[in-house]
Design a binder for this molecule. Structure first.
Ligand code: 5GP
Length: 180
C-alpha cells in the first residue's frame, strides 16, 4: 500500500471485476448499436481505458473537461467547460463515463448541456457513487460501487494532481492534506 494511504477501500481485483461486469452489462444493453463513450477529464481516464477494452460492441471515444475542485475537496457548484467534445453527438448513443458522482452538480450541468445537442440516448456510467452528498437530482445508469462519504484517491482520482496512478482506491492519511 502507498505510504500516504490510511486504508485501501477497493482493491485492484475488486475494481477489475466490477469494470468487467459493467462492460458486460453495457455491451448487452446496447447490443446491435455503437456508442460514443465520453470521458470526463481527467479522473475518468483510467476507468474509461479499462472499461472500453471490455466492451464488445463498436465504441468511439471522446473527452470533455470541466472545471473541478482544484486543490480544495469541496464542490463550488460552478461548472465550466474547459475542453469541449471534438465530435457531433446528434443522433448518437452517448455514454458519459465519470470517476465519481458526489454532489452530482457536475453531471447535472453536463447532462443538461449534452442533451441540447440531441443525442439518440444519453446515459451515465460511474465507477463510484457517494449518494449521501447529493445536491442535484442525478441517478447514474451504471454504478460500480456505492461508497461512504470519504475523499478517495487512486485509479484516476487525484488529490492536487497526485495519486491518479495508484492501482487501488484508498483514503489518504489526514496529515497529507495539511502538507500540500
Ligand atoms: P460533483 O459535481 O458530483 O460533486 O463532483 C464530481 C467530481 O468531483 C468528480 O469527478 C471528482 O473529480 C471530484 N470528486 C468528488 N469526490 C471525490 C473524491 O472522493 N475524491 C476525488 N479525488 N475526487 C472527488
Amino acid at each position: 500500500m502507498h505510504s500516504d494511504l490510511r486504508e485501501i477501500m477497493l482493491t485492484e481485483e475488486q475494481i477489475s471485476g466490477k469494470v468487467k461486469e459493467l462492460a458486460g452489462r453495457i455491451s448487452e444493453d446496447y447490443q446491435g448499436n455503437s456508442i460514443l463513450v465520453v470521458g470526463i477529464l481527467k479522473g475518468a481516464v483510467i476507468f474509461l481505458a479499462d472499461l472500453v477494452r471490455n466492451i464488445t460492441i463498436p465504441v468511439s471515444i471522446d473527452f470533455i473537461a470541466v472545471s473541478s475542485y482544484g486543490k480544495a475537496s469541496e464542490s463550488s457548484g460552478v461548472v465550466q467547460i474547459l475542453k469541449d467534445l471534438d465530435q457531433i453527438i446528434e443522433g448518437r448513443h452517448v455514454l458519459v463515463v465519470e470517476d465519481i458522482v458526489d454532489t452530482g452538480l457536475t453531471l447535472k450541468y453536463l447532462l443538461e448541456n449534452l442533451s441540447t445537442r440531441k443525442p439518440a440516448s444519453l446515459k451515465i456510467c460511474t465507477l463510484l457513487d457517494k449518494p449521501t452528498r447529493r445536491k442535484a437530482d442525478v441517478v447514474p445508469d451504471y454504478n460500480g460501487f456505492t461508497i461512504p462519504d470519504e475523499f478517495v484517491v487512486g485509479y484516476g482520482l487525484d488529490y492536487a494532481e497526485k495519486y491518479r496512478n495508484l492501482r487501488e482506491i484508498g483514503v489518504l492519511k489526514p496529515e497529507i492534506y495539511s502538507k500540500i
